[in-house]
Design a protein around this ligand. Structure first.
Ligand SMILES: *[C@@H]1O[C@H](CO)[C@@H](O)[C@H](O)[C@H]1NC(C)=O
Ligand SMILES: *[C@@H]1O[C@H](CO)[C@@H](O)[C@H](O)[C@H]1NC(C)=O
Ligand SMILES: *[C@@H]1O[C@H](CO)[C@@H](O)[C@H](O)[C@H]1NC(C)=O
Ligand SMILES: *[C@@H]1O[C@H](CO)[C@@H](O)[C@H](O)[C@H]1NC(C)=O
Ligand SMILES: *[C@@H]1O[C@H](CO)[C@@H](O)[C@H](O)[C@H]1NC(C)=O
Ligand SMILES: [Fe+2]
Length: 483
């Protein structure tokens, strides 16, 4: 296996040893990255057929379908429920409460509905209803479809944000709707998380002729078994653009924005594509690779202010989501994230972000803690360096979509890359308390619980707060390590 993931930056040779448990790591620090030689199956990635079991329309006249939930506010005391009715508008009310019987659900909320046309496709009636004033850490049942076919689901609200609140995230990206996608989702179902951080590219409907939007509907039905029961935090990917002037479709993100709302208003954002939520001990910032991020743009202005609002004493973990990765050593989509990295990386390093998650590249990669923020046009310092204050970068675009696996890594493996493998899978991030989180990647060709790449992450803000008063003078003992 790989060497211990000791993240040393030796300056002046002074090394403060604080954690006795990691004495073994002394002398390490020059660990080479691993390119896993694990061979995935070589068959093509195949879309599940329209009559696949996972795409079945629920029985009953005008039954609610494609049910999914996301946070309805920044802190998890509201939940937005979305669903589609196909035959007629039906009823947009959601009843909810702590009892499973819809007759006994004491509360109700009125939803809204929308529809859209895309070339010659017309969507069903898309309902969105936000359930407000929920208690934290509480199981709620909810039901909709009154007057036609009532369906009942449940979710547990996230705990109140605080520094030592355990929480388990599922990390999934670029899922699509192939047989491999179904394995990814099944493995995540088996591993069981509390909420999903989804890094973009949802249905891949746009890979079908005319961007066949029926594939947005099949994806919604496929996802329901998980997304109706726990919040998915959405990031926009390039496959959400559906920008097709040749079809007369010139409004970017049209299907996505009609179907997948985000709670962007409650974090002071002006567009649904960038926003933040607080889940347990994590402050999660979602960015958009496909919206303007240059200086003075709305996203740039929002992120600058947002990073000031992050309160690491309440939410010690700062997790950032985007679609196009900044540190990607795969020849697919090589350097596509570069302009955004140049724009924002220093901010995330200065903010001591813990983890940056991206998708887009259909394989798996995890970086060491690195930064590349010294370059100023004249000094020539444009190489990533180990930086114990910087985030770990994870590319988790390996959900299994129709485009297949990205099996062409650059060689040699760059020194910033800790582990990479061209397989499908998903990851989880289990926050234990303010200092420790366990990150693990699960490839689809193993059992769901097998850890193909795992690392204990120590919190950047906490580690420095506790051990280092001046990170420019000391080497880091804020150590991540392999289990
Ligand atoms: C998808 O996975 C589920 C759960 O493992 C299984 O019941 C179902 O048959 C699968 N469907 C397809 C088309 O692979
Ligand atoms: C949309 O146009 C395509 C190509 O002409 C055709 O195959 C399809 O049946 C049409 N769909 C609808 C809903 O008219
Ligand atoms: C929708 O269903 C609820 C619950 O049964 C009912 O109170 C409400 O009147 C219905 N709304 C409409 C517009 O029919
Ligand atoms: C891998 O990527 C390199 C660089 O883009 C390219 O030259 C090469 O042909 C690719 N190999 C395969 C097998 O696609
Ligand atoms: C935080 O969690 C880690 C991992 O479970 C554990 O080793 C450590 O003792 C915990 N810290 C506190 C203060 O409980
Ligand atoms: Fe993508």
């Amino acid at each position: 296996m790989m060497g211990d993931d000791l993240l040393l930056r030796r300056r002046g040779g002074v090394l403060f040893l604080v954690l006795s448990a990691v004495l073994v790591l002394l002398g390490g620090g020059a660990d080479a990255g691993v390119t896993s030689s694990y061979r995935r199956k070589l068959e093509a990635t195949v879309e599940m057929p329209l009559d696949a079991d996972v795409f079945r329309v629920p029985p009953g006249y005008n039954a609610p379908q494609q049910v999914h939930i996301t946070l309805g506010d920044q802190e998890g005391t509201a939940m937005t429920v979305s669903w589609v009715t196909a035959s007629e508008l039906g009823n947009s009310t959601v009843k909810f409460g702590e009892k499973p019987d819809p007759e006994k659900m004491e509360r109700r909320a009125e939803g809204t509905h929308t529809r859209y046309d895309y070339f010659n496709y017309t969507s069903g009636f898309i309902h969105h209803c936000t359930l407000k004033h929920l208690k934290h850490s509480t199981k709620y049942y909810y039901a909709m479809g009154f007057g036609h076919t009532v369906r009942t689901f449940s979710f547990t609200t996230p705990p109140k944000p605080g520094p030592d609140v355990p929480f388990k995230f599922g990390l999934i990206g670029d899922l699509g709707q192939t047989f491999d996608s179904n394995i990814t989702l099944s493995h995540y179902d088996d591993n069981g998380g509390d909420a999903v951080l989804y890094v973009g590219d949802l249905s891949y409907a746009d890979n079908h002729p005319l961007h066949d939007n029926n594939r947005w509907d099949t994806w919604g039905r496929f996802m329901e078994r998980n997304a109706a029961y726990q919040p998915w935090i959405w990031t926009a990917g390039n496959h959400e653009l559906d920008f097709a002037p040749e079809l007369g479709e010139t409004t970017p993100f049209k299907p996505y924005t009609h179907r997948y709302p985000t709670p962007y208003l409650s974090s002071g954002s002006t567009e649904p594509f960038w926003y933040s939520v607080k889940l347990a001990s994590a402050h999660v910032v979602v960015l958009s690779s496909y919206s303007a991020y240059g200086k003075y743009t709305p996203q740039w202005t929002w992120l600058q202010a947002e990073l000031q609002r992050v309160d690491r004493t309440t939410t010690p973990w700062l997790v950032v989501l985007m679609h196009s990765p900044w540190y990607n050593s795969n020849n697919y989509h090589y350097m596509e994230g570069e302009t955004m990295r140049v724009q924002f990386e220093k901010w995330l390093v200065d903010a001591r972000a813990d983890v940056v998650l991206a998708g887009h590249v259909h394989s798996y990669e995890r970086s060491h803690r690195v930064s590349n923020v010294a370059y100023d046009i004249v000094n020539g310092e444009a190489t990533p360096v180990r930086d114990a204050g910087a985030p770990v970068y994870v590319t988790i675009g390996d959900g299994g979509n129709i485009e297949g696996v990205a099996d062409n890594f650059t060689r040699p493996q760059p020194s910033y890359s800790a582990f990479r493998e061209a397989s499908f899978g998903h990851a989880t991030l289990e926050i234990k308390n303010r200092t420790h989180a366990y990150y693990s990647w699960h490839r689809n060709h193993d059992g769901a619980k097998v850890v193909a790449d795992g690392v204990w992450l120590t919190n950047r803000a906490q580690s420095y707060a506790v051990f280092f008063l001046d990170r420019t003078k000391t080497s880091s003992m804020a150590i991540d390590h392999q289990p």
